[in-house]
Design a protein around this ligand. Structure first.
Ligand SMILES: NC(=O)c1ccc[n+]([C@@H]2O[C@H](COP(=O)([O-])OP(=O)(O)OC[C@H]3O[C@@H](n4cnc5c(N)ncnc54)[C@H](O)[C@@H]3O)[C@@H](O)[C@H]2O)c1
Length: 237
C-alpha cells in the first residue's frame, strides 16, 4: 500500500540526512516531493534553494511553489543546525544562528503553508524536534531551547489550524541521535555513550526517523494531532 499516493509534500532540509530520507520514503509511497534547502541535493525531491531563516526568501519560494501546485498536503519542517558550546563560552552569534534556523525557520514556512492548508480543509504538518528539546543536553542550551520551542509551536498550531473545522493536524517527531552529517563531528567516545543510553543499544538510521514521519503524514494517523512522537530507541538522557 502506497500511503501518500496523489499527495504533495514539502520537506525542508531535504538535501541531506533525515530530510533526504523523508523525501525518499515519501516518494516511494507515491507522493510528489518538493524540497527546500540552502544547498542542492540529489534524491527524489524537486529542490527549491532558500534559507529557511530568511522570511522574505521563504515568501519568495512559497510564491513560486503555490503558483505551480494547487495545494500542499504535507509540510515537514526538518532543516536544522547545531552550534554547540558550553554556555559560559557560547557566543551571541552561536545562539542567534540556531534560533534563526531551528525556530524562526519553522515559523517562517508554517505561517504561510499552515493557513493555506486550513483554507483547503486538510493537511498534515510535522516538525522535527529532538530528544535534546525534551531532556536538555550539556553544551546544547541554544539547540535545546529551539527544539523545546518547536514542541510549543506544534501544540499551538495543532489548536490554531484546527479552528473552524480547519482539519489540519500538527505533530512533532523527537528523534534520538541519528547517523547524519550533524553527528560527524561527535567523537566516537561520545557516540558510544549515546548508544549506551538507548534501550536498543544503537543510534538511529535516517530511514527509521523517516518512517515515523510517514506515519504522521499519512491517514494512518488521522486522529493524531498535537503529539510528540519520540523515535529514540528508548533513550533517556
Ligand atoms: N542527526 C541527529 O542526531 C538528530 C537528532 C534529533 C533531531 N535532529 C534534527 O533533524 C533535523 C535534520 O538533521 P540532520 O541530522 O539530517 O542534519 P543534516 O545536517 O544532515 O541536514 C540538515 C539539512 O538542513 C539544511 N539546512 C541547514 N540550515 C538551513 C537553512 N538555513 N535553510 C535551509 N536549509 C538548511 C542543510 O543544508 C541540510 O541539508 C534537524 O532539525 C535536526 O535538528 C537530528
Amino acid at each position: 500500500m502506497r500511503l501518500l499516493e496523489g499527495r504533495t509534500a514539502i520537506v525542508t532540509g531535504s538535501s541531506n540526512g533525515i530530510g533526504n530520507a523523508i523525501c525518499d520514503v515519501f516518494a516511494a509511497n507515491g507522493a510528489s516531493v518538493i524540497g527546500i534547502d540552502a544547498v542542492e541535493g540529489g534524491g527524489e525531491a524537486k529542490t527549491y534553494i532558500a534559507d529557511v531563516s530568511n522570511t522574505s526568501e521563504c515568501e519568495r519560494v512559497w510564491e513560486q511553489i503555490s503558483s505551480s501546485y494547487d495545494h500542499i498536503d504535507v509540510l515537514v519542517n526538518c532543516a536544522g543546525i547545531t552550534r554547540d558550546a558550553m554556555t559560559r563560552k557560547m557566543t551571541e552569534e552561536q545562539f542567534d544562528q540556531v534560533v534563526a534556523v531551528n525556530l524562526k525557520g519553522v515559523w517562517n514556512l508554517t505561517r504561510l503553508i499552515g493557513p493555506a492548508m486550513q483554507d483547503c480543509g486538510a493537511g498534515s504538518i510535522i516538525n522535527i524536534s529532538s530528544v535534546v528539546g525534551v531532556y536538555g543536553n550539556i553544551g546544547q542550551s541554544n539547540y535545546a531551547a529551539t527544539k523545546a520551542g518547536v514542541i510549543g509551536m506544534t501544540k499551538s498550531w495543532a489548536k490554531e489550524f484546527a479552528l473552524k473545522g480547519g482539519g489540519v493536524r500538527v505533530n512533532a517527531v523527537a528523534p534520538g541521535y541519528t547517523m547524519t552529517n550533524m553527528m560527524s563531528t561527535v567523537p566516537e567516545k561520545l557516540l558510544e555513550r549515546f548508544r549506551g543510553q538507548t534501550m536498543l543499544g544503537r543510534l538511529a538510521e535516517p530511514e527509521e526517523i523517516a518512517n515515523a514521519v510517514l506515519f504522521l503524514a499519512s491517514d494512518l494517523s488521522s486522529y493524531v494531532t498535537g503529539e510528540v512522537l519520540h523515535v529514540d530507541g528508548g533513550m533517556r538522557l
